[in-house]
Design a protein around this ligand. Sequence first.
Ligand SMILES: C[S@@+](CC[C@H](N)C(=O)[O-])C[C@H]1O[C@@H](n2cnc3c(N)ncnc32)[C@H](O)[C@@H]1O
Length: 217
Amino acid sequence: MSGVTYEYMETYLRKLIPEKQGVLKELEEFAHNNAVPIVQKETAQFLELMINMKKPKRILELGTAIGYSSILMCLSSNMQAKITTVERDEKMIELAKENIQKYKLDNNIEIIKGECLDALSNMKDTFDFIFIDAGKGHYNHFLPHCLRMLNKEGVIVADNVLFRGMVASDELVKRRKITIVKRMREYLNMINDKEFLTSTIPMGDGIAVTVRRNENE
Ligand SMILES: C[S@@+](CC[C@H](N)C(=O)[O-])C[C@H]1O[C@@H](n2cnc3c(N)ncnc32)[C@H](O)[C@@H]1O
């Protein structure tokens, strides 16, 4: 039970999604066998859909892990997107680099080594699409930087915002996760401010999609 949706629903919806092929499939297997937390199947599908619809040229990702979602987004953009992705774990960075090379995407995907908050503080680029998937207890701290760098028509997608259901129900909160839950709730309050248009979707571990409202709304 994910705590976010019904198990039968998740199982059914996952079965509808076509199997990945080639290296992406290998990466899914590697992640599964080595307990590397990559995006869930339906979240991956949702990201592909967003990239197809939005056609971003510049993407920022927080949380590279083995490079699965970076590669996925780059392929979805038909190699038109340049991706900057931030990761602090050296072992993950090595694996991600190898995987990115397998697809010859070195010119499309740049990995920044370090803490997301430090990397964000030093960044001056602008992005059309930002995918937040690291530092679950810091989304509220990442947001001002993400907004500073988000283009007018840009989109922020944040994964794990319902955090196994704990964010929606105090009864599910584990003691050692209280800070993450509090800060994630703060993130959700921030992006549901009237300045923004946000849809929070109980899919995977919870996804929040945010854009700036246009001036007439
Ligand atoms: C959920 S995984 C990312 C999965 C990846 N987006 C995918 O779906 O293929 C989160 C990654 O973020 C990294 N991470 C966690 N907190 C971080 C932080 N504060 N700064 C930088 N990296 C962080 C972890 O080492 C981990 O590899």
